[in-house]
Design a protein around this ligand. Structure first.
Ligand SMILES: NC(=O)c1ccc[n+]([C@@H]2O[C@H](COP(=O)([O-])OP(=O)(O)OC[C@H]3O[C@@H](n4cnc5c(N)ncnc54)[C@H](OP(=O)(O)O)[C@@H]3O)[C@@H](O)[C@H]2O)c1
Length: 334
């Protein structure tokens, strides 16, 4: 297969006065790092972490100029160790993609073959990016809660940051599995959206954010998926009922967590950390299979906004303000 000399990508650069600018430009294939696998990217998606990378957050991306995009789905065009065949459809999420390795906001990526999983049957490349890292993380949270004993008969399950990428897919999966989902959101105008996703009850961000200073509150949740961290995660822990399970995966509100030990030692509450970046490949494959089969959601235009690379920048600014509903899929073929 003849590869093009250059391809289209978003490049984020640091200016002399320490500002960060984004442009869509042509990059040379030879600019990519040496990797076993070269993938022609068809679709990517926007995650909160991409917005941090695209706005100069050096905790995510150390060196600029840089092409963000922690997610990519596309076709193998070269594989030096033959672990994939030419033409295989693959998904790459996490590891270092889009952080310090040029990511899915470019039409080609070059990565270690161990970062890729075959696109599972039942998902198109676009479907897989409708889920992306957010969907993978939501699935991993639900898998972790269920492996720890949560069943649909356990009681109410709270999802925080419910209209966001991870939150909305977590609501959808839990509802599909028959759980009684309570969605906490700062966007009260999105009640209908959350109900359509399957939430039984919707509470405001304020209600999910206890500021009383008390170490325990009345126990309500059998389980929780927290995507925001900070005092909302602390509240989820304080309001978990006896034996409650709280999966923590995000920090959109804050990376801090101030709780006493009382929920743990008096109610046996468990805090379950969930990571999608370095998760072992077998768990990753299992999660993608669930997203493609039993847990597959009908992610319609209600949840998905599709855009070209050229139209992506305003969505990056919007996700940083917590303003995105559902998922933004980036079409690299447009
Ligand atoms: N552990 C992992 O491997 C992993 C993987 C993916 C993502 N994450 C993390 O998970 C979080 C969510 O990611 P995402 O891609 O779903 O982002 P997102 O689409 O921006 O969703 C985050 C949601 O959190 C709520 N929110 C935003 N700012 C808030 C604030 N200051 N206080 C309270 N709630 C706030 C908003 O929902 P409402 O308006 O509905 O409240 C927002 O839509 C991020 O922190 C991300 O870094 C972690």
């Amino acid at each position: 297969m003849t590869l093009p000399k250059s391809f289209k990508a978003m490049v984020v650069s640091e200016t002399a006065d320490k500002k960060f600018v984004r442009e869509i430009t042509q990059k040379e294939l030879s600019d990519l790092p040496a990797g076993e696998l070269i993938i022609e990217v068809k679709y990517s998606s926007l995650n909160y972490k991409d917005a941090l990378s695209a706005s100069g957050n050096k905790g995510v991306t150390r060196k600029y100029p840089h092409t963000p995009g922690v997610d990519a789905a596309g076709v193998v065009v070269d594989c030096s160790n033959r672990s994939f065949a030419m033409g295989d459809q693959v998904i790459v999420t996490g590891f270092d993609l889009g952080m310090n390795t040029p990511g899915g906001f470019g039409q080609y990526i070059s990565v270690p073959s161990g970062w890729a999983v075959k696109l599972p049957q039942g998902l198109s490349a676009r479907d897989s990016m409708a889920c992306g890292t957010a969907g993978l993380t939501a699935a991993l949270c639900v898998m972790r809660l269920m492996a720890s004993g949560l069943t649909k008969d356990s009681g109410e399950v709270l999802v925080t940051g419910a209209t966001g990428g991870v939150g909305s897919i977590a609501v959808g999966i839990l509802a599909k599995l028959g759980f009684n989902v309570v969605a906490a959101t700062g966007k009260t105008e999105e009640k209908d959206f959350l109900t359509r996703l399957g939430a039984k009850t919707i509470i405001s961000r304020e209600e999910a954010n206890d500021t009383s200073g008390r170490p325990l509150q009345k126990g309500r949740w059998a389980g929780a998926v927290d995507t925001v961290g900070g005092n909302i995660l602390a509240t989820a822990i304080k309001t978990a009922k006896y034996g409650g399970l709280v999966a923590a995966c995000g920090n959109a509100m804050s990376a801090d967590l101030a709780v006493s030990v009382y929920p743990f030692i008096l109610r046996g509450v468990s805090l379950l950390g969930v990571d999608s970046v370095e998760i072992p490949i077998n768990t990753r494959i299992r999660a993608w299979q669930k997203l493609a089969q039993d847990w597959k959601l009908d992610l319609s235009g209600d949840v998905i906004t599709e855009c070209s690379l050229e139209a992506l920048s305003p969505y990056i600014d919007q996700i940083l303000k917590g303003g995105i509903r559902g998922r933004v899929v980036v079409n690299l073929t447009a």
